[in-house]
Design a protein around this ligand. Structure first.
Ligand code: NAD
Ligand code: ZN
Length: 375
């Protein structure tokens, strides 16, 4: 136990001056409107044989739509429709893996996630767990995955999380909400087709887009910042401002947000997120509030930490006439509030990035409670 903990700590993303991380990037990416139709050709050389299927995990919002007809299934390939109403859970990953292992004689040739952060994270986790024993919950943490994953492809249909480029898959486990951070998590192939984000409802577009905006603000204002993260973060922030405060054609807006998400993800790969994400994890853990909206709910009250970012965020809210829900924490029991604060405070690297090594002197339980109570 002691040894495992040590390994975990050593690999937790920390300030760059202490350790330069050798992190993987997505080795192959296709970008362009209509590029989704190249999927069949891309997968063909990865098919081991006809008994080793491609498994397509697809957001069930696409049930009965033309997109589903365009999924290039052959042989014994399977499409599994999945609801993105709740964030992915370790037990859901385990169940999917068990179904796939029971239904096929061979390991799949590939796992293809088509959807938002929820579906892409599931695809990453399933690809890992097909070749690693036990439950997904045993791998939540840093660099606990021993075996390379099955070939996996990410195809975002909503932009903002950066899950298409990141080295993690965020899962709700039995006792924590934490990513499987590993070199085997990153996709082998990504297809960025800005046409796929066409049908996203406005509020969801805003919340997931703000996840990207908040990644930039937290990365650019963090103590872990370095020229690598800054270059991606600045580009992403510029694109977010154009998308949410400028004038664009619908296609331009989709194209820019898709690339903002990519750059935002690259920016945090070599730095960290900050206060909004730490507190949003607490909201997600206790109340099931989803990542994008959770970040927005917290971020609006973080003027003290990110004055400029919060002011821009409020302009964006106003421009798009978004009213954030209120009273989310109003009826929280003191036990739940305590848990929420404990979960948030547990995100140590995020606090270190946001506030420096002495973050504990700045952030107290009372302080967090006073912010949560406003939400
Ligand atoms: P999501 O995948 O949860 O989807 C949000 C909603 O949009 C769903 O109702 C979904 O059905 C719908 N939707 C998606 N594409 C659509 C389309 N083209 N048309 C119509 N509706 C569409 O949203 P998200 O914000 O992308 O993902 C959130 C998840 O991502 C969380 O679970 C979070 O933990 C995770 N996340 C992961 C990372 C990472 O690096 N791995 C980073 C940030 C967030
Ligand atoms: Zn995020």
């Amino acid at each position: 136990m002691e040894e495992k903990r040590e390994i975990e700590l050593k690999n937790i993303p920390t300030r760059a001056s202490e350790q330069y991380r050798n992190f993987p990037m997505v080795p192959r990416v296709v970008y362009g409107t209509g590029s989704f139709d190249q999927l069949g050709d891309i997968l063909m050389p990865k098919r081991r044989h006809s008994e080793a299927p491609m498994i397509f995990l697809v957001d069930d919002v696409f049930e009965g739509t033309a997109l589903l007809q365009r999924v290039p299934t052959i042989f014994c390939d399977r499409i599994i429709l999945i609801s993105a109403n709740e964030e992915p859970k370790t037990e859901q990953v385990d169940a999917l893996v068990n179904i796939i292992l029971a239904d096929f004689n061979e390991l799949p040739s590939g796992i293809i996630g088509i959807g938002g952060g929820t579906i892409m994270d599931l695809a990453k986790a399933v690809a890992i767990m097909l070749t690693n024993k036990g439950s997904a919950s045993e791998y939540q943490g840093w660099d606990l995955v021993g075996n390379p994953s099955v070939y996996h492809v990410g195809i975002p249909t909503i932009s903002g999380t950066g899950a298409e480029v990141s080295r993690t898959t965020v899962l709700m486990g039995p006792d924590k909400k934490l990513g499987i951070n590993s070199d085997y998590t990153t996709f082998d192939q990504v297809i960025l087709d800005p046409n796929l984000t066409q049908g996203v409802p406005k509020h969801q577009w805003f919340y997931t887009g703000m996840d990207c905006f908040i990644h930039c603000i937290e990365s650019l204002n963090g103590t872990f910042l370095n020229a690598f993260s800054k270059s991606y973060g600045e580009k992403s922030l510029e694109l977010c401002k154009e998308v949410f405060l400028g004038e664009n054609s619908p296609l331009e807006s989709r194209e820019k947000l898709m690339m903002a998400s990519w750059h935002g993800g690259m920016s945090i790969a070599y730095s960290q997120v900050g206060v909004a994400h730490a507190m949003s994890y607490g909201l997600g853990y206790v109340l099931g509030v989803k990542h994008g909206i959770g970040n927005c709910l917290v971020f609006q009250y973080l003027e003290e930490f990110y004055p400029e970012g919060v002011s821009i965020f409020k302009d964006m809210l106003q421009k798009h006439a978004i009213e954030l829900p209120k009273g989310i924490c109003a009826n929280l029991s003191s036990e739940d509030m305590d848990t929420m604060i404990t979960v948030a405070l547990g995100m140590v690297p995020l606090w270190e990035n946001a506030l420096g090594e002495n973050w504990q002197a700045i952030i107290t339980r009372d302080k967090l409670q006073s912010i949560y109570k406003k939400i």
